[in-house]
Design a protein around this ligand. Structure first.
Ligand code: LMR
Length: 339
């Protein structure tokens, strides 16, 4: 037996196996980071835009090499509720549509669209963080969506090109763009307006071309999308809330490595605290910028005028008791009474 040959062959085998292991390990080390595409429809300067960017920045810093979050603002990938289909087919991993856009999936979420439902922001947060919020998140779960957080924008104002709106009767006959919520349709019909569902990305040109006469939105959405440049009048009604559900695909989330998932959930909590502390201020700053532009007339209502809007819109709450669930509406009313 030629020992030299045997040892030589062994050496070759050991060397080959080691090299193979090394290549394998190198391959493992270079495993591509998990991609998370976060799609939304608003501008990066709005509360949601800033929060999504903050989430991406913190995740990309703290989970460097493991996760890569990329934000697609301004309806670049998907408009409005289409993103929810994309989420279910795995074309995007995260989204934060407004509650109105979940109407066909979870109609109960229209609770947040009801006019004059929430006395103040405290009541809103108590609703989101309490039993009602938890039950709503469970309802999402039935659709294979996982709710990660609720994010704030703020209260909506009414803009239009026909006349200054000071009373509910002034709304009569005006064509308004609305988000896809039956509650919002009922709200405008209640006072003789003509609501029309339209994606957010089409509102500016629809106003400019006279396809619609008006729309309702927060100061930050109206400023960042320049709606105020194509609307003669905006009335500060604060009649309804605009907030978001940050959602992901439940299966995608369940399959994340546990350490990654925990860190992402911690970051989400941090960003949610940030948006609650900053959304109101961002909206107030943008309101001032709209006023300063001099391009539209901003009307502030007296207490008596506000009361007239409350009286005119409030019946919508009872119209939707069975669709939304009386237990949810009553829970918010109880919080209103306490706060
Ligand atoms: C709208 O469609 O008006 C809003 O939902 C846009 C947004 O996401 O804030």
């Amino acid at each position: 037996m030629n020992l030299r040959k045997v040892f030589g062959a062994r050496f070759l085998v050991v060397a080959a196996v080691s090299a193979g292991l090394l290549v394998g390990m190198a391959g493992l080390g270079a495993a591509a980071p998990i991609k998370i595409r976060f799609s939304h429809v608003v501008a990066p300067t709005t509360p949601k835009g800033q929060a999504a960017d903050m989430f991406a920045r913190l995740a990309n810093e703290r989970l460097k090499g493991k996760v890569e979050v990329q934000v697609f603002p301004n309806s670049q990938l998907y408009t409005d509720k289409k993103v929810l289909d994309a989420l279910s087919t795995g074309s995007v991993e995260m989204a934060a549509p407004s509650t109105a856009k979940f109407t066909s999936w979870v109609p109960q979420l229209q609770l947040f669209d009801l006019p004059f439902m929430f006395k103040n922001r405290e009541v809103l947060y108590q609703t989101m963080d309490g039993k009602v919020g938890k039950k709503m998140f469970k309802l999402l779960g039935k659709k294979n969506m996982l709710g990660l957080a609720m994010w704030d924008n703020g209260f909506k104002q009414i803009g239009n090109n026909i006349r200054e709106i000071r009373t509910p009767a002034d709304i009569s006959g005006i064509k308004f763009r609305i988000m896809s919520s039956k509650v919002l349709e009922a709200q405008f019909k209640q006072v003789g307006g003509n609501p029309q569902v339209m994606p957010f990305s089409e509102v500016y040109s629809a106003l400019e071309q006279g396809v619609i006469d008006g729309q309702e939105n927060t100061w930050s959405n109206m400023y960042s999308k320049k709606f105020y440049e194509v609307q003669k009048y905006i009335t500060e009604t604060n009649h309804g809330y605009l907030g978001y559900l940050v959602v992901t695909n439940a299966q995608f989330w369940a399959h994340l490595p546990p350490d990654v998932r925990t860190e992402l959930e911690n970051i989400m909590k941090e960003v949610t605290v940030w948006i609650r502390e900053n959304a109101y201020k961002i909206n107030q700053d943008m309101k001032q910028k709209i006023i300063d532009s001099g391009k539209t007339r901003v009307t502030t209502l007296t207490e008596a005028e506000k009361e007239a809007f409350r009286k005119a819109f409030e019946p919508v709450q009872n119209q939707f008791r069975s669709v939304i669930g009386a237990e949810y509406i009553d829970a918010v009313r109880a919080l209103n009474a306490k706060n």
